[in-house]
Ligand binder design. Structure first.
Ligand code: THU
Length: 158
């Protein structure tokens, strides 16, 4: 029996069409991407997330000469949140990237390991959160749940 899995997202031509709260997240992600330590890839990623107490947490990718020791921006922000705000729920996560790895009109699609962490974070907090992805020229897509980025995930969903 053939079955389909569908995911959905909303697309905007530019992030300035988002709500003021979401625009603030894009600005914070852009700002924190400047703190990326990325001497090897030269790819600067910024992540920002808004918590239910309205606090914004940010993170950037941090590389290391022993390559697998580095960490993506999303996981820096998500793990910081787990360590410092364990009782708050994430409402929205935003990811931006800057560098030659991606053409300016292409949206960074988070890596598989980040998707797994994004999904488990959602399951832990028992509430879905929105994910905003923005290209260098401003094109934006918004998902309503981490499940949309990792359907049929290992272990923790039906
Ligand atoms: N990177 C992220 O920070 N997030 C992603 O979703 C994909 C990749 C980082 C890891 C590495 O420092 C650089 O971008 C190039 O892969």
């Amino acid at each position: 029996m053939k079955q389909d899995v569908t995911i959905s997202f909303e697309r905007f031509n530019h992030w300035n069409e988002l709500s003021k709260n979401d625009q603030e997240l894009v600005e914070r992600a852009n700002a924190v991407s400047k703190t990326a330590y990325a001497p090897y890839s030269k790819f600067h990623v910024g992540a920002s997330l808004r918590l239910s107490n309205d606090e914004i947490v940010t993170g950037s990718n941090q590389e290391n000469i022993a390559y697998p020791s580095g960490l993506c921006a999303e996981r820096v922000a998500l793990f910081y949140t787990g360590a410092n705000f364990p009782d708050e729920q994430i409402e929205t996560l935003c990811v931006v990237a800057e560098g030659d790895l991606l053409p300016v009109d292409k949206i960074l699609s988070p890596c598989g390991a980040c998707r797994q962490v994004m999904l488990e974070t959602e399951v832990r907090q028992k509430k879905s959160y929105r994910i905003i992805l923005v290209s260098q020229n401003g094109v934006t897509i918004v998902f309503n749940s981490a499940v949309d980025l990792l359907p049929l995930a290992f272990g923790i969903t039906d």
